[in-house]
Design a protein around this ligand. Structure first.
Ligand SMILES: Nc1nc2c(ncn2[C@@H]2O[C@H](COP(=O)(O)OP(=O)(O)OP(=O)(O)O)[C@@H](O)[C@H]2O)c(=O)[nH]1
Length: 261
């Protein structure tokens, strides 16, 4: 059974900072936000986690395998190098939406996102090493069928963007409401979902829902492992299986390291 460890990353007092003493240049804020995301992706990714940019001032990370000391080091390193600090809340549950509720709750209890005195909160417990298993994280990597032929090579970028975003909106709502799975747009035509244990029928139903609601056709590869990287890597291999076999849903059947043999 899955046991997802999620970390909410929240920039401390960011709203007031963006307008103090006067509104700051928008592209400077965009530069800061994207560099912060890049640093988080490198730090968390090097420890086999995943991080998603969501709204940039708040980001969500799958941190199975990262302990309290890793989280502390991340805060220290960001605090040393950026004009802003980050608070981190950690939550664990078999259901990703519940894990994120927990992670959010411990940060919210410490004060508001716009409280000048609330800085570098680190709250919530990580999974003890002894309790970790190969079934802790399920990642589903979704991809739009032939996005290049249907959209990228035919439409202007904005109209392509609308199609992809509508598919994403439909999928993220369906999986959140039906299963407590959390889905994140990761660029191009790709969506990564952090899910509880879902069946092939659950994924088929999700894909059919998106096709009916948004007229966007998806396929998905699914992987399960002790951390996000291994689960996600297996999911990518399973997605390649969909491409080769012409199928819509594939589960990884062997460890990611040997899946392409
Ligand atoms: N984040 C992420 N983006 C990817 C990945 N693979 C492809 N992309 C993006 O998706 C875009 C479309 O690529 P594909 O999905 O391979 O192409 P497609 O035209 O949809 O073809 P099929 O997926 O084979 O149906 C690329 O331009 C990339 O931006 C991936 O593994 N991760």
């Amino acid at each position: 059974m899955t046991n997802t460890q999620l970390t909410l990353v929240q920039i401390d007092n960011y709203g007031p900072w963006t307008v103090t003493p006067d509104p700051r240049r928008e592209m400077d804020l965009q530069t800061l936000q994207s560099r912060l995301f890049a640093d988080l992706a490198q730090f968390v990714g090097a420890r086999d986690g995943y991080v998603f940019f969501t709204r940039f001032d708040n980001m969500v990370a799958v941190t199975n395998g990262l302990d309290h000391a890793d989280h502390e080091l991340l805060q220290e390193s960001i605090g040393n190098r950026y004009p802003v600090t980050i608070s981190l809340g950690v939550g664990v549950d078999k259901n990703p939406a519940v894990a994120l509720e927990r992670a959010t709750d411990v940060v919210q209890r410490a004060g508001s996102a716009q409280d000048g005195d609330r800085r570098e909160v680190l709250a919530g417990d990580t999974i003890p090493d002894a309790d970790r298993t190969d079934g802790d994280v399920q990642i589903a990597h979704f991809d739009v069928n032939d996005a290049t032929g249907k959209y990228t090579d035919r439409l202007n970028e904005f109209d392509t963007f609308i199609h992809i975003e509508q598919g994403y909106a439909s999928l993220m709502r369906h999986l959140r409401e039906e299963h407590g799975a959390l889905s994140f747009f990761v660029g191009g035509d790709n969506i990564i979902s952090v899910t509880p244990d879902l069946s092939e029928a659950d994924y088929r139903a999700a894909i059919e829902h998106v096709e009916a609601e948004a007229d966007v056709e998806l396929k998905v590869g699914v992987g399960t492992a002790s951390n996000a990287h291994e689960a996600g890597f297996a999911a990518k291999h399973a997605l390649e299986d969909c491409r080769h076999l012409g199928t819509t849903v594939e589960f990884a059947t062997e460890p990611a390291e040997i899946a392409d043999d």
